[in-house]
Design a protein around this ligand. Structure first.
Ligand SMILES: Cc1cc2nc3c(=O)[nH]c(=O)nc-3n(C[C@H](O)[C@H](O)[C@H](O)COP(=O)(O)OP(=O)(O)OC[C@H]3O[C@@H](n4cnc5c(N)ncnc54)[C@H](O)[C@@H]3O)c2cc1C
Length: 398
């Protein structure tokens, strides 16, 4: 913690308590005290009317100079792909990227790295890319942060896009910050909304902040490109247009050898399917009663060819891993069918699943809010209804 409170100056007026976004100040004995969760964000220093909150070492803090680097042009998206198959979020980036490029009157460009991957380029054009930058090199066969970041930072320095978007996937979350750090620009992680401030031509990057309690819109006025990672399944994917074509630009770059050596990829035994890629998600909440009952949901999901999701209550109880959590602080899903079992339908859960095509809710409380978004509602005990569904699907009478 790099700030301190001067007790003799503090009047206990509580202005700092209202200013602190982290709830990290308490008044004890009419004097403010900093708690361990203080991040030294300095919001309290600005609000304190008596100058009682100060930096411990004022010389250590220097305001960064605000210099706008070259403006740049073009909305870029990173094409995450495995074995030549683009990740689902790529189509969502192309969809929103088209709208942003349109608002700016700029081109939408896709950046494709890998080995023997040029065949993907035509598809990217049909989903809206005006230009596709391709770096096809054996050194890029498998994703590795170092060579990918080196190559992409080189492309940005040469072509100077105004905006650069990545999926907020494991790869995107690892790669984008490395590139932003190399380029000395800002990055907003995990955005749920992107739009353009047409007056200032700035990217408005919206994401949940402070534990999901507020939505913050962030801008990057001084540096380029404006970089963001985007939550999968939040934005609508681009539409396919067979008539569209794009310009392919092949780039050859010298790639420095990576310090890491890629050995192999393997699936962890018992690893759940990715709920964001599944067409059917069977989710359970506190109403499931106990962890063992999740076996019923796994059985139902397996019969339907789907994956198992969960509410935060079920995850917090340790019944299901966090990777399966649906909602504001979990994953956003948009399956063809979402079956909510024993989930009340708190707003933080609904934001993660309400765009599903068909929602079936099973709950013993007819007034549960989940029914307000459900296509079909079943009022009853989930531990009777799910076994009945399983039995029906197996072809025997329930
Ligand atoms: C900042 C913040 C972020 C959050 N992020 C998330 C998030 O990402 N995802 C999320 O899910 N929540 C999130 N939450 C928590 C959210 O507010 C709810 O507390 C949570 O979703 C409740 O989970 P639940 O519906 O399983 O449990 P409950 O609200 O306890 O609901 C259980 C439901 O089961 C029903 N039920 C009980 N027994 C049976 C039975 N035998 N048969 C049928 N129905 C039964 C009950 O009628 C009830 O409706 C967040 C909260 C905050 C403050």
């Amino acid at each position: 913690m790099s700030i301190k409170i001067i007790p003799t100056k503090c009047t206990g007026c509580e202005a700092c308590i209202n200013a602190c976004p982290y709830g990290a100040i308490k008044i004890k004995g009419n004097i403010a005290h900093l708690l361990d969760n203080c991040t030294s964000c300095m919001a309290c220093i600005r609000e304190c009317p008596t100058g009682a909150i100060v930096l411990k070492d004022p010389g250590s803090y220097q305001e960064q100079p605000r210099t706008l680097i070259e403006q740049g042009t073009g909305v870029w998206i990173f094409v995450e792909q495995r074995h030549g198959i683009p990740a689902g979020v790529v189509y969502e980036l192309l969809g929103r990227g088209q709208a942003l490029a349109h608002d700016l009157g700029e081109e939408l460009c896709a950046v494709l790295l890998g080995y023997n991957i040029e065949f993907i380029a035509g598809k990217l054009a049909k989903y809206g890319a005006d230009k596709i930058y391709i770096v096809d090199d054996k050194a890029l066969s498998d994703f590795e942060d170092e060579p990918y970041a080196q190559v992409i930072a080189g492309l940005v320095t040469e072509f100077k896009p105004s905006i650069f978007l990545f999926g907020a996937t494991t790869i995107g979350r690892s790669l984008a910050p490395r590139i932003a750090a190399k380029l000395g620009t800002g990055l907003t992680a995990d955005c749920t909304e992107l739009s353009i401030d047409k007056k200032d031509r700035l990217l408005l990057q919206t994401r949940p902040a402070f534990g999901g309690n507020i939505m913050a819109t962030i801008i990057c006025p001084d540096k380029r490109p404006q970089m963001a990672t985007v939550r999968p399944k939040v934005m609508k994917p681009a539409e396919h247009n067979q008539a569209r074509t794009g310009k392919i630009i092949r780039i050859v770059q010298e790639i420095a050898p990576s310090r890491a050596k890629f050995l192999e990829t393997y699936k962890t035994p018992g690893q759940q399917e990715n709920i964001q890629e599944a067409d059917i998600v069977v989710s359970g909440g506190r109403g499931i009663g106990e962890p063992g009952n999740f076996r019923l949901l796994q059985e139902l999901a397996a019969l339907l060819g789907g994956a198992v999701g969960a509410s935060r209550a079920a995850v917090d109880a340790g019944w299901v891993p966090y990777a399966n959590q649906v909602g504001q602080t979990g994953k956003t899903v948009r399956p063809k069918l979402y079956i909510a079992c024993g989930i009340s339908g708190a707003v933080q859960h609904l934001v993660g699943m309400s765009s599903s095509d068909v929602i079936v809710a099973i709950n013993n409380d007819p007034n549960a809010p989940i029914f307000s978004v459900a296509t079909y509602g079943i009022v009853g005990d989930v531990l009777e209804i799910v076994p009945a569904l399983i039995s029906k699907l197996r072809g025997s009478s329930s």
